[in-house]
Structure formats: C-alpha cells, structure tokens
Design a protein around this ligand. Structure first.
Ligand code: 13P
Length: 283
C-alpha cells in the first residue's frame, strides 16, 4: 500500500477502493484493474467480513484469484471500518495488506490510543493503517451514522500521536445514496492540508460529482472509496434481467448482465479518479 498511496499522493490522482460483497465483485475488480493497467484497493467492510467467510478465507481468495487471473497491477486487500483493535489484528494475521481502524465514535483520546495499538502491530507486519475523525453520514452495511465534521485539532492528534499512514477526515460525505446534493467542506479540507502532510481518504464517494471529486483529489485525497455505486449498478441489472426473463433460472445466465454492469462502473471510476494506466507493476 505504501507505494500505491505515495505515488497517488505525490502525483495528485487517487487510487479507488472498491468494496466487495462476494467473489463476483472481487473477480470484476481484479480483471478490470488489469484491463485498465490501474492500481486498486479491494475493501471488505468489517461488518460483513464474517458473512463473506471470514478474514482467512477472504485473504486466501484474494491471493488465489490474483494468481489464477495472472494479475500484474498493484492491488491491496483492505479492511474497511475495522470495529475493534482485535479484529484489526486478526485481519493483519490473515494477510490483509491494509487496515482501517474506525474509532471515530470514541472520544479522541481513546481513538488515538487504540489506533496507535493497531499501528504498532500492523507496521511490524508491513501493513498500513488508516483512521477516521468525525463521522461520515448515512448507512453502510446496516450501520447508520449522523454526519459530523472532523475537528482539525483531533485530526492532527490522530496523525501525530497515532502514527497513521492515511487519514479519513469526515468533511460532509455520506455512505449510501445522498439525499440532495453532496456538500463537501472544501475550506476545511484546504485548511487541514496546510497542517497535515498525510494522504487523505474520501469515504462515501458514490454520488459525488466529477468536479467535487477533482477538488478533493487536488487537496490530497489519494484513496477514494466506492461501494454504493457498484451495488446500484449490480442490483439494477439483476432486477431487469429477472423481470424481463421470468423463466430464467440458471444462475450464471442471470448474473451475466450484473457482472457486465460491475465491470463498466469499475472502469468508469478508475478513469474518473485518474488511476487509469497508473500501475507501477510492483504488486
Ligand atoms: P459509498 O457508500 O458512497 O459507495 O461509500 C463507500 C465507502 O466509503 C466505504 O467505506
């Protein structure tokens, strides 16, 4: 992850994180990244890791699929919104390359303390750590949060005392579908960038306009997270094929259009974030 994020941060593009909701997502993400010669991050939200088979299975599936598909572009398996220090350590032990510890609902002192513990463990294993301040609004995998802007002093504390590799400062973005227009805090972003020289991560990117996305990247967002946009494309295609073909029951036939839709959205996002043709071929 170090090489991937550093290059994006320095050259001001962003590496997309695509969350997976099953092996179909993983295959689409890897194949499309290879086709676009782009670095990508595959996210698994902690809340659904166990439903997807657990850390060990996911880490192995990631490695095996990369090998089978002969993937050469840089790819990282990342734990999204790790809920406890213990679960973050478990993901490191299983072979994840990157971890997000999400202590954003805790008082800042506790968030820093727990993040530091995850960082010390992860760094011993060459694994990078992301952490969050404030609160990304909306719902993801059944977890609802009110939107709360990140406090600048708390961000500085988490970066300096926590020793993290990337920071997710909540500045107006929302998980899931936006109600109304997204309203990102660009002034806060610019001011935060003056005091922090660590790559930022943008959560809740589905539904954000191209121009806002480019502004966020110009302020040093080097990792941008997508889940909803993929899931809408997948479920729309699935719904259509089932409604239009009432007699169809062969799973692979049913899934073909939704896989195609996933591939198309992933390619569009890779272009949108500027990651197209940015593979350093050091996966
Ligand atoms: P979206 O719900 O906007 O796709 O955001 C995904 C995300 O931020 C994952 O952490």
């Amino acid at each position: 992850m170090y090489n991937i994020l550093d290059d994006a941060f320095e050259k001001r593009y962003a590496v997309p994180q695509f969350n997976m909701n099953g092996l179909i997502w993983l295959e689409s993400i890897l194949k499309t990244a290879e086709k676009c010669n782009a670095p990508v991050i595959v996210g698994t939200t902690d809340k659904i890791v166990d439903q997807l088979g657990g850390f060990e299975l996911l880490a192995r599936a990631f490695d095996i699929m990369k090998e089978d598909l002969e993937i050469t572009v840089p790819t990282v398996l990342h734990l999204d919104h790790g809920q406890t220090v213990e679960r973050c350590k478990k993901a490191v032990d299983a072979g994840y390359g990157s971890i997000m510890y999400d202590g954003s609902k805790l008082p800042i002192k506790e968030n820093v303390k727990n993040t530091r513990e995850v960082v010390e463990y992860a760094h011993q294993h060459g694994v990078t750590v992301e952490a969050e301040v404030g609160s990304v609004g909306g719902t993801e995998d059944g977890i609802y949060s009110d939107l709360k802007y990140a406090d600048q002093n708390e961000c500085i504390q988490l970066v300096k005392k926590g020793g993290i590799d990337s920071l997710a400062p909540a500045l107006g973005s929302v998980h899931g579908k936006y109600k109304g227009e997204p309203n990102l805090g660009f002034e806060e972003m610019a001011s935060l960038r003056q005091s922090i020289d660590t790559p930022f991560v943008l959560h809740g990117a589905s539904g954000i306009s191209d121009s806002d996305l480019q502004k966020a990247i110009s302020h040093g967002h080097a990792k941008i997270n997508y889940n909803t946009e993929l899931n809408i494309a997948w479920s729309d295609a699935l719904r259509k094929v089932l409604i239009e073909n009432q007699d169809l029951y062969a799973p692979m036939e049913i899934l073909k259009p939704s896989i195609q839709s996933l591939n198309e959205v992933i390619e569009e996002v890779i272009i949108r974030t500027g990651a197209y043709h940015k593979a350093l071929n050091n996966s």
